[in-house]
Design a protein. Structure first.
Length: 578
C-alpha cells in the first residue's frame, strides 16, 4: 500500500520524519567533513613540526622559539615612547652622516636636476666628466680596494671600450638584427661550460651579474620541483656563509630558507645538519666555491652525495661567482684544488646541477656580466619566461631582463679571447700568491700573530681574519684601515675583516703597504687600550666608534635588526639623492 493511502496526518508526520532524517544525514556528513578537514590541518601542522624538530633538534627548536620571543620583546621595548624617540633621533643622525659623506651638498657642489636648455659642448662635458672622475674616493688603482674592482689592465680596458663602441646599440632580444651578439653570447656560455667540465647536454645563459645568476638557479629549481614533484611550499637549504642573493631569491620567490651553520675551525657548511633539514619540500642544496666571507670552499662532493640520495636527486647549486676564473686554473697555476681527490667542485661531481660564474670578476669582463650554467637544457628551460597570448605578439625571454646590453656581451667575449687560458693562469698565480703573502704575514708577523687569526684555510683569493686580542676591536681596526685609505670588508658572525685580492693589489708595493698599514693600525688599537687603562676611563664602551664599529657593534648586540634595517634603507635612499 502506497503512502498516498495513509491518512493525511500520518503522511505529514512521515514527510517530517524523512526531512529530519535527511537533515540529520547532512549534519552527520558535514561533521565528518569538518573532522577530515581538521585532521588534515592537524596532520599538516604535525608534519611541519616534525620536519622542524628533526631539522633543528629539540634544543635548536627551543632556541629558535626563544630567539623569536626575545626579538618580539625587544621590538615592544623599542616602541616605548621614551625609547622610540631616542632611537629615532640616533637613526636620523646616522642617516644625516651617511648623506653628508655620500651626497654632500652646499658651496662648491653643482647639482643638475633638470635637462640643460641647450646641448652642452664637448669641452663642457669633458670638464664635468673629469671632475666627476676625480671626486674623493678610495684609490683602487693603487690596489687599496678589497674586491669590487676587478681590473684586467689598461690594454684590456681599451679593447673593451673599442668593442663596446662597436656594439653600443646592440640588443640580443633581436637576434636577427644583431646576429654577431647572439653568436658571441653563445660562445661565451660554451667556453665557460667547457671551463667547468660540463657534460655534452650542458647549457647556460649570460646574466647581468652574480645575483641574477643565483636568482635564476633558484627559480629553475623551484619550477622543476613544482613541475616534477608538485611541490607547492618550496624550501631552500643554504650555508650561513652563502651569498645574500640566496636570501633575496627566497624573498622574491616566496621560498622558505633554512640557514645551516658553518662552524669553526674550517667554516664549511655542516653536512650532518644539511642532511637533517632535507624534507619533501626541499628544492635545492647550495655550496660555495669559495664563499664570500672567508674564502672557504664547501665540501661539494659530500653535498653531492646528499643531493643524489634523496627524492631521486635534489638539485645542487655551486656558487662560483667569486671563484670564477681562479678555481679552474688553480692546478695549472701551481696551487692545490680543494677536494680534488674526492671529485672537485664543478660538473665532474655528479650531483652538481648548476653553477654560477661571474665573468666580470676574475674573468676581467666589463661590469654587468655573469653566466649561469646547467647540467642539462631542461634545467635551463625551467628559468625561461614565455607569454604566448600577449597582444604584442608571442613573447619569450631566457633570463630576468627583456632588453639586454649587447655591448657588455661583446666586451665579455673580447676580454676572454684577449686574455686566453695562459693569461688567466698567470693572473691566478699572481692573485693567489698575493693572498698567501697576506695570510703568512698575519700568521708570522710578531705584531699581527698575537692579535689576529686567519679564519679557516682559504684556498683562492680571499683571506679573512678575526681578533684574538681583547685590546684589538676588529671593527675599530677596519675603521683605522679606512682612515689609511684602504677599503676592506667587515664581517659578522663572527666579527672579522676580509681582503679579496685583485690584480691591482698584486702590482708594485701594494701588498707591502697593506701589511705595514695593518701592523700600524693594530699598534694604534693596542696603544689606545693601554692609554684608557692608564687614565682609568675604562676600556669597554666609552670610546668613540667609527662607521664600521658603530654599525656592526650595534648589529651584533641587539636581537631585533629593525634599527639596522632603517640605517640600510637610509643608505639606499641616499644613493638616489641628487
Amino acid at each position: 500500500m502506497g503512502s498516498s493511502a495513509l491518512p493525511i496526518s500520518l503522511q505529514d508526520k512521515l514527510r517530517k520524519s524523512q526531512g529530519y532524517s535527511r537533515l540529520k544525514t547532512l549534519s552527520t556528513n558535514l561533521n565528518f567533513l569538518r573532522n577530515i578537514i581538521f585532521a588534515l590541518f592537524l596532520l599538516r601542522y604535525l608534519r611541519k613540526s616534525f620536519y622542524l624538530v628533526r631539522g633543528y633538534g629539540i634544543f635548536g627548536t627551543l632556541t629558535i622559539a626563544y630567539s623569536l620571543f626575545r626579538k618580539r620583546a625587544y621590538q615592544l621595548f623599542l616602541r616605548a615612547p621614551g625609547v622610540r624617540s631616542k632611537v629615532d633621533k640616533h637613526v636620523a643622525t646616522a642617516i644625516t652622516e651617511i648623506e653628508d659623506k655620500l651626497a654632500p651638498q652646499g658651496p662648491g657642489v653643482t647639482r643638475y636636476l633638470t635637462l640643460p636648455k641647450e646641448p652642452w659642448t664637448g669641452q663642457q662635458l669633458d670638464a664635468e666628466l673629469g671632475q666627476l672622475c676625480e671626486m674623493k674616493r678610495t684609490r683602487w688603482e693603487d690596489g687599496k680596494v678589497s674586491g669590487a674592482v676587478y681590473h684586467g689592465g689598461e690594454d684590456l680596458l681599451k679593447l673593451q671600450a673599442k668593442t663596446m663602441e662597436m656594439f653600443g646599440v646592440a640588443n640580443p632580444i633581436h637576434p636577427d638584427v644583431f646576429p654577431g651578439v647572439r653568436k658571441m653570447e653563445a660562445e661565451v656560455v660554451a667556453m665557460v661550460l667547457s671551463l667547468f667540465n660540463a657534460p655534452p647536454p650542458g647549457a647556460g645563459t649570460t646574466t647581468s651579474g652574480g645575483t641574477e645568476s643565483i636568482l635564476l638557479s633558484v627559480l629553475s629549481a623551484r619550477n622543476k620541483a613544482h613541475a616534477e614533484r608538485s611541490v607547492t611550499n618550496p624550501e631552500l637549504i643554504v650555508p650561513s656563509t652563502a651569498h645574500a642573493a640566496f636570501h633575496k631569491a627566497a624573498s622574491y620567490f616566496n621560498i622558505k630558507i633554512h640557514v645551516v651553520p658553518c662552524p669553526a675551525p674550517n667554516y664549511r657548511v655542516s653536512i650532518p645538519k644539511v642532511r637533517r633539514l632535507i624534507n619533501p619540500n626541499t628544492i635545492m642544496l647550495v655550496g660555495s666555491a669559495p664563499n664570500y666571507p672567508h674564502g672557504i670552499v664547501d665540501d661539494i662532493p659530500a653535498l653531492s652525495r646528499l643531493a643524489l640520495s634523496y627524492n631521486g636527486g635534489i638539485p645542487l647549486h655551486v656558487d662560483c661567482c667569486l671563484g670564477s676564473f681562479l678555481m679552474p686554473f688553480l692546478p695549472s697555476a701551481g696551487f692545490p684544488s680543494p677536494f680534488a681527490e674526492t671529485g672537485g667542485f664543478d660538473f665532474r661531481v655528479p650531483g652538481v646541477t648548476s653553477i654560477s660564474v661571474d665573468t666580470h670578476k676574475y674573468g676581467f669582463a666589463p661590469k654587468g656580466n655573469s653566466v649561469i650554467l646547467y647540467r642539462s637544457k631542461q634545467l635551463r628551460q625551467y628559468q625561461y619566461f614565455i607569454c604566448p597570448n600577449w597582444s604584442g605578439g608571442v613573447y619569450g625571454s631566457p633570463s630576468m631582463a627583456g632588453s639586454r646590453p649587447g655591448a657588455l656581451i661583446a666586451g665579455c667575449w673580447a676580454s676572454m679571447m684577449s686574455v686566453g687560458e695562459a693569461g688567466y693562469i698567470e693572473s691566478c698565480h699572481k692573485i693567489v700568491g698575493t693572498r698567501i703573502t697576506i695570510q703568512n704575514a698575519i700568521i708570522e708577523h710578531p705584531i699581527l700573530k698575537g692579535s689576529l687569526k686567519v679564519l679557516g684555510e682559504p684556498s683562492v683569493s680571499v683571506v679573512a681574519f678575526e681578533s684574538v686580542d681583547p685590546d684589538v676591536d676588529l671593527y675599530d681596526l677596519a675603521d683605522g684601515m679606512s682612515s689609511r685609505g684602504w677599503h676592506l670588508n667587515a664581517l659578522q658572525h663572527p666579527p672579522g675583516i676580509h681582503v679579496a685580492v685583485t690584480l691591482p693589489m698584486t702590482k708594485g708595493e701594494a701588498v707591502e703597504r697593506l701589511i705595514n698599514d695593518l701592523v700600524e693600525a693594530v699598534k694604534v688599537e693596542k696603544e689606545k687600550a693601554d692609554e684608557m687603562r692608564r687614565s682609568g676611563t675604562g676600556f669597554q664602551g666609552e670610546k668613540k666608534r667609527g662607521n664600521a664599529g658603530a654599525l656592526y657593534g650595534v648589529a651584533g648586540k641587539i636581537p631585533d635588526k629593525s634599527v639596522v634595517e632603517r640605517l640600510v634603507v637610509g643608505f639606499l635612499d641616499t644613493l638616489y639623492k641628487a
